[in-house]
Design a protein around this ligand. Structure first.
Ligand SMILES: Cc1cc2nc3c(=O)[nH]c(=O)nc-3n(C[C@H](O)[C@H](O)[C@H](O)COP(=O)(O)O)c2cc1C
Length: 234
């Protein structure tokens, strides 16, 4: 394997469930958040938001929403990683604004961000257009390769996929900085949403407990599925 900081961070990252009280320095956190912001996302729409929970009362409520899991209770820092399904218009406009600030919008950029993105993301009131778009795509696919024009449920999956990639990038950056994390989807989604004051179309993708591992921080040895179960050549 090539000598690389990347591979050592990948190897050394483990889910840590018991943390030392030592705080995470702000500059380390900032570097890791900025690394996470570079993660790939569907159409570059970056549907994520990292909510750093500092307020002690909010933290207590967040620990409870995380079912008082050990990593939440012991970590010096807890972050809620939120997925937004309804920020696509704002974010699309920002992409267009930045491109336009750099010079005239290329025809491919104009067509992608002004025509294709709205076609994908518009699902009408109460998502009523979603099933129609899906049927239209499915029938089209019988005749020629056709993209899935996305129902609300498809958009939700898409937004969570991109957000999880930001989570992975963030956790690897933390490890590269000598810090550890525990991703948690064991939480009460309704309480978490209320606690964070999330708008419509937003939900917690996962909580991330962050800090330095204690001696007993890694609970179990790593177990990997056999390689030929997870890698296949066609
Ligand atoms: C999306 C996701 C949700 C998870 N939720 C929890 C959780 O709620 N509590 C927990 O202790 N670990 C949680 N984990 C950690 C996994 O159990 C852990 O990644 C897995 O056992 C592999 O161990 P490793 O990360 O040390 O390689 C979660 C991991 C992922 C990716």
């Amino acid at each position: 394997m090539p000598e690389s900081g990347f591979y050592s961070a990948v190897e050394a990252r483990r889910t840590v469930r018991d943390f030392l009280p030592e705080p995470v320095p702000q500059e380390v956190l900032n570097r890791c958040l900025d690394a996470a912001r570079l993660a790939p996302s569907s159409s570059n729409l970056q549907p994520w938001e990292f909510v750093v929970i500092r307020d002690p009362k909010a933290r207590q409520a967040a620990n409870a929403a995380c079912l008082d899991q050990m990593p939440a209770k012991t970590a010096p820092l807890l972050i809620a990683l939120v997925t937004h399904r309804e920020t696509w218009r704002r974010n699309r406009d920002e992409i267009v604004r930045v491109f336009e600030g750099r010079g005239p919008l290329r025809p491919s950029q104009a067509s992608y961000y002004k025509k294709i993105i709205p076609l994908i993301y518009t699902t009408g009131p109460l998502g009523i257009l979603g099933p129609l778009k899906r049927v239209f795509s499915r029938v089209g696919s019988l005749f020629k390769p056709t993209p899935n024009l996305m129902s609300q449920a498809d958009i939700r999956v898409m937004a969570h996929k991109s957000t999880a990639l930001a989570a992975a990038t963030f956790m690897l950056a933390l490890r590269a900085e000598g810090y550890d994390s525990c991703p948690m989807e064991g939480f009460d989604p309704w309480r978490a949403k209320a606690l964070l004051g999330l708008p419509r179309g937003a939900e917690v993708n996962m909580f991330l407990a962050i800090g330095k591992r204690s001696e007993s921080g890694v609970w179990w040895d790593r177990v990997l599925m056999p390689r030929d179960w997870v890698v296949r050549e066609l």
